[in-house]
Design a protein around this ligand. Structure first.
Ligand code: UDP
Ligand code: MG
Length: 318
């Protein structure tokens, strides 16, 4: 076992790599001496990221560099790195040094003192990001919180320190569309926020254009909430209630003789069938929701402590 693993996904980050390597090495040494590994994942970069990475790896035995076959996206690149990590504690950090690695010793102290399994960074301020980015991020975290059953922390990115057992649970979750900060929140154990000021990107520009941001938000929402599936239920319920009123109105008109030939029967068919269809859709939605949560195959429960027994277990795979 290694004391500390630092995992970094990198996409077109050639300009950040040398400074990243230097600062991570320095902070890892000061925290755990020689007992660390750096894991850099090249997520199908189109610039010289991989060349630089492998050059540094040739000079530094602490560095493990992985080259993915193509761009898999931030969350999957991160997963590839986490799969390789052997550390007792694992730090996740972005390549652009927006999250200061120098906070590591403090985070380790918090982990120690609070006996936490996860210490997650919460951005109390964000420097050098556009108003649009800040506003959409702000909105996103609040929308997510209102739609999901899991308490996903507000304004927290992937910058976090985790224990081995928390990572093992995370890696046991086999879902394809990964929203890692949500999955970590879902695990439970003791998780402690760590407020910090987010710096500007060291170099280059954001690797999250609008399309990727939307994809990310959609993965988060669908991965942690079946609210969209339940839309049909709500629509069905409203429509059925409405249809009772409309049917009443149609019948009153019919009795009063205020109608065009054929209007009554036509309206009845349209209204009643509409409501019935929504109901059937809603029922299918309910089953689909169950199938979906089953198909995710997450562990059914996670054991944190057991009294009078050796070790702790992760739980049964569903
Ligand atoms: N990243 C990645 N693959 C991608 C997009 C981003 O590995 O397809 C990495 C990127 O190199 C960085 C991290 O994910 O280390 C976060 O990206 P970025 O800093 O551009 O996002 P922002 O901070 O602007 O939200
Ligand atoms: Mg960034």
């Amino acid at each position: 076992m290694i004391g500390l693993s630092i995992v970094v996904p990198c996409f077109n980050e050639e300009a950040c790599l040398p400074a990243l390597h230097e600062r991570l090495t320095k902070v890892a040494r000061s925290a755990v001496g020689q007992d660390y590994e750096l894991i850099l994942v090249n997520d199908g970069s189109r610039d010289r990221t991989w060349r630089i990475m492998s050059e540094i790896a040739a000079t530094d035995p602490h560095l493990k560099a992985i080259n993915l076959s193509r761009n898999h996206g931030h969350q999957l690149a991160l997963t590839a790195g986490l799969d390789l990590a052997q550390g007792e504690r694992i730090l996740i950090i972005d390549a652009d040094l927006q999250d200061p690695p120098e906070l590591l010793p403090e985070m380790m102290e918090v982990m120690e003192c609070e006996r936490a399994d996860v210490v997650y960074g919460v951005r109390s301020s964000r420097a050098g990001e556009s108003h649009f980015k800040k506003a959409t991020a702000h909105l996103f975290y609040r929308l997510l919180a209102s739609a999901t059953e899991v308490d996903i922390p507000l304004d927290a990115g992937d910058f976090r320190l985790m224990t081995r057992r928390a990572l093992d649970v995370l890696l046991s979750m086999p879902e394809q569309a990964r929203f890692i900060r949500g999955m970590v929140a879902w695990i439970g154990f003791r998780q402690v926020p760590f407020p910090y000021a987010r710096d500007e990107r060291l170099a280059g520009e954001t690797k999250y254009p609008l399309a990727k941001m939307l994809r990310f938000a959609f993965d988060a929402l669908t991965g942690f909430s079946s609210a969209p599936l339940k839309l049909a239920s709500h629509a069905g319920l409203l429509l059925s209630l409405g249809s009772v009123l409309i049917v009443f109105y149609i019948l009153v008109n019919w009795i009063a003789g205020r109608n065009i030939q054929g209007w009554t029967s036509l309206m009845l068919v349209v209204v009643v069938l509409g409501a019935v269809q929504m109901f059937v859709l809603a029922m299918m939605g309910e089953y689909l929701g169950r199938l979906y949560s089953q198909a995710k195959g997450r562990p059914l429960y996670i054991v944190q402590d057991i009294a009078n027994a050796r070790g702790t277990e992760v739980g049964r795979l569903g």
